[in-house]
Design a binder for this molecule. Structure first.
Ligand SMILES: Cc1cc2nc3c(=O)[nH]c(=O)nc-3n(C[C@H](O)[C@H](O)[C@H](O)COP(=O)(O)O)c2cc1C
Length: 153
């Protein structure tokens, strides 16, 4: 089964005082729904921006992105990378980072302001690496069936 990886960034529309509760709800939804859709990946939240990487079958990613794209909890959604994937980099679905980060926000702002091909490629690589570092790690310890099948259990 062909795997695809998608990375997007977006601007949060959540009031800072409500961020913890609202993001916790998003995380709970993702934990409940993503495994059944064969989706792995990670979400990062800087207080101002989101970055999310999703891995799975193209159709499953499209189905989820259709919902996420119209979610009023964020706007300015920009897909910065969509590429075929040999092997999953995320073992499950996780919150990679939650908290204020001017360092990350600066990079995301640059990407949103200058989505040129060169900047987008550079930014996407950097963000994917960051999400990998912050998340629960690579999928190498998983049985290979996880990479092949749509159900993660
Ligand atoms: C930044 C962000 C990331 C999200 N990530 C996911 C996700 O990984 N999985 C998911 O099921 N919903 C995610 N959601 C929530 C969806 O937009 C949507 O609310 C949810 O899938 C429930 O949709 P439904 O009530 O139409 O089934 C995310 C929302 C936001 C704002």
């Amino acid at each position: 089964m062909a795997l695809t990886s998608l990375l997007y960034i977006s601007r949060s529309m959540i009031a800072p005082s409500e961020a913890a509760g609202v993001v916790a709800k998003i995380v709970a939804t993702a934990h409940a729904c993503n495994p059944a859709m064969g989706l792995t990946g990670a979400l990062l939240f800087t207080g101002t921006y989101f970055a999310q990487v999703l891995e799975g079958e193209s159709a499953a990613i499209d189905m989820l992105m259709e919902k996420v794209r119209h979610d009023p909890r964020h706007d300015q959604l920009l897909v910065v990378d969509r590429s075929p994937l040999d092997q999953r980099h995320f073992s499950d679905w996780s919150m990679a980072y939650f908290g204020p980060s001017q360092f990350v926000a600066r990079h995301v702002t640059r990407l949103l302001n200058d989505p040129s091909p060169a900047e987008t490629r550079r930014g996407a690589e950097w963000l994917k690496e960051l999400l990998n570092e912050f998340s629960s790690g690579p999928a190498t310890a998983l049985p290979s069936s996880v990479n092949a099948g749509p159900i993660l259990g």
